[in-house]
Structure formats: structure tokens, C-alpha cells
Design a protein around this ligand. Structure first.
Ligand code: SF4
Length: 325
């Protein structure tokens, strides 16, 4: 008899992996996290990192591909730490040895012939090894890297490494290797102790890094989080003001970046039909969290399939296109 499902230990949800909509699916590669970010209680709920063996992950990915999905979204609490807990154990997949390691997994998934999108990539130094792979077919040149802040003092209070200059240097280097790279990130404003100077550093970072897709949250205490004990909470009104300034700045950056795509051709994955056309996503758009590509056409297209389009307009978050002739 299989053991009953335990949501805090089991690596896949009780109901298994859902295929809704049919053309993309999430692939969970590990559970738990070895970090102790001061605002987060996931490690106390889910425990330390437990990676699924790479052959099991690849088997599931292949099953999804065989079922007809077009895009795999790799998720976990800390994707780039994959395999640390099992010391990068070697397993066999289709007769070949593979190490349970982020870079090996990325390379193997990239050969399945579908789009592969990497989420929750904590910016460890070895992430640099994956960047050349993102310029190849299969692995999308898209990285979701939650950065949370850019001020060294705030990152330290969050118990996260790095600072503005180091992150910026890496991003510029990554773009040299993979010019098409789209970076998505999330940030927290109004963390306890965040001064005007810290916040200005964050805005400067946004301007310099020109990230493509950005989410922002105002800090709010979570029961049991270490950050609750930190001094100098930021008043709600100031948090909201900073949030508005942050979003305003990022909106301008996003609009500027999307405008650069006008006149170019892109491959998109068709999501759904609307009264005026179709909704699709390019490699730069993860489902649910990023923008979309609106396609205005009388032509009959098939949701769930790829299509080549020419971009003929852009706003702050979305692109507008028609099928390529
Ligand atoms: S924020 Fe992410 S990296 Fe930090 S402890 Fe939570 S799950 Fe781990």
C-alpha cells in the first residue's frame, strides 16, 4: 500500500500534475529549501531541500511531452539548488548517466523538443553555467530570478546574499552571452529598516538592469517569520507610496523594452480565442504572471499550437501582432 499523501513531505501534489490547459504543464523538481530568508516561513513548513531523482523528473517530463504538451515550466522553491541535498547523485536516463544537478537537468530537458521555462532560480554562481544553454533550442532564454531587493543592507536583513553591483554585473554578462535573455524578478518594498536611500538604490538598480518582467509586493509580516522581530517597520502609507513609485518606473522600462520588439517576428504559443482574435504567449511570457501577445486576425489558428507572428504594436505589458505572411 502506498503511504498516504502528506502535503509537507510529498514532492508532487495529491492530484498529480494537472494538464490545464492541455498545452503546458508545471514540473516540480524538488520540495523545501535550505535558505532561511527572514521574511519566509517555507523552510519551517516544508523543511530543507529534497530533490527528486533526475531520472524520475525526466521520466515525468517525457510523459508530459508524449501527452502532447508544448511547454514545461520547471518549478520548486529553489530550482538552482537542485541536487545539493543528494550530493548530485548519478542516475540513469535512457541508458545515459545523468547527475541530479541543475545544469544537467536543464541540458536534458532542453533536448525534449518542447519549450522549457525555468522558474525560481536563486542566483547562485553556477547559474552562469546555464546561460549558454539558454541560447539553444528548447530551453527558453527566460529566467525567473526572485531578487527581492538591491540594497546590500536590506538583502542582509532579509538574509539573502549579493548586492546591486554584483547582480548588475552578472546580468550584463549574461546578456552578452545570450542577448535574447528575458529576466523576470520579484521585489519587496517597505521591508523593516528600508530607508529612503535603500529604496533609491532599488530604483537605480531597476533602471540599470532593465529587467523585462517585474512583480512587486509591499512587505507584510507572516506569522512565524524572523523578520517580524526586526526594528524600524516602514509605515503603511510609505510602503504604498514606494510601491507606486516602483511600479511607475518599471512600467516605463517595460513599455520601452516591449517597443523594441515592434517590427520583429516571434514564435508564439496560442492560448485561447477571443472575440477579436487570439491570445498567445512568446518565450518572454510565462503563463498567469507575465504579459501576452494579442493576435488580430480573421485567419483560423489552433490554440495549443505554435504560430509565427509579426509584432506590430506594444503597450506597457502586452504585445500586438498579426500572423506572419
Ligand atoms: S524566500 Fe525562497 S529562497 Fe528564501 S527561504 Fe523562502 S523559499 Fe527559500
Amino acid at each position: 500500500m502506498p503511504a498516504p499523501h502528506d502535503p509537507f513531505i510529498d514532492l508532487v501534489p495529491k492530484q498529480g500534475i494537472r494538464l490545464t490547459p492541455r498545452h503546458y504543464a508545471y514540473l516540480k523538481i524538488s520540495e523545501g529549501c535550505n535558505h532561511r530568508c527572514s521574511f519566509c516561513i517555507i523552510p519551517s513548513l516544508r523543511g530543507d531541500l529534497v530533490s527528486r531523482p533526475i531520472d524520475e523528473v525526466m521520466h515525468e517530463a517525457q510523459t508530459l511531452v508524449d501527452a502532447g504538451i508544448r511547454e514545461i515550466l520547471v518549478i520548486s522553491q529553489d530550482t538552482s539548488a537542485y541536487g545539493v541535498d543528494c550530493r548530485y547523485a548519478t542516475r540513469f536516463w535512457q541508458g545515459q548517466p545523468l547527475q541530479t544537478r541543475f545544469v544537467d537537468l536543464a541540458r536534458a530537458l532542453g533536448q525534449l523538443g518542447v519549450w522549457v521555462r525555468l522558474h525560481y532560480v536563486y542566483p547562485y554562481p553556477h547559474v552562469d553555467e546555464v546561460i549558454p544553454l539558454l541560447a539553444e533550442d528548447g530551453l527558453l532564454p527566460y529566467l525567473d530570478i526572485p531578487m527581492q531587493h538591491a540594497s546590500r543592507a536590506i538583502l542582509k536583513a532579509m538574509k539573502r546574499p549579493g548586492d546591486r553591483d554584483k547582480m548588475l554585473e552578472r546580468i550584463l554578462k549574461w546578456r552578452e552571452i545570450c542577448p535574447e535573455l528575458v529576466i523576470r524578478s520579484t521585489f519587496i518594498v517597505g521591508f523593516p529598516g528600508e530607508t529612503d536611500a535603500d529604496f533609491e538604490q532599488l530604483l537605480d538598480f531597476l533602471e540599470a538592469a532593465e529587467l523585462d518582467r517585474v512583480g512587486c509586493f509591499t512587505y507584510s509580516a507572516v506569522d512565524g517569520a524572523a523578520a517580524n522581530a526586526l526594528p524600524n517597520p516602514v509605515p503603511e502609507a510609505l510602503k504604498n507610496e514606494r510601491y507606486a513609485r516602483f511600479m511607475q518606473k518599471q512600467q516605463l522600462i517595460s513599455a520601452r523594452k516591449l517597443q523594441q520588439r515592434v517590427g520583429r517576428q516571434m514564435t508564439v504559443l496560442l492560448e485561447s480565442v477571443t472575440e477579436t482574435g487570439y491570445i498567445a504567449r512568446s518565450y518572454a511570457d510565462a503563463p498567469e504572471i507575465d504579459g501576452v501577445v494579442h493576435i488580430d486576425t480573421e485567419q483560423r489558428l489552433v490554440p495549443g499550437e505554435f504560430c509565427r507572428v509579426e509584432i506590430n504594436g506594444a503597450d506597457e505589458y502586452d504585445l500586438y501582432a498579426s500572423p506572419s505572411r
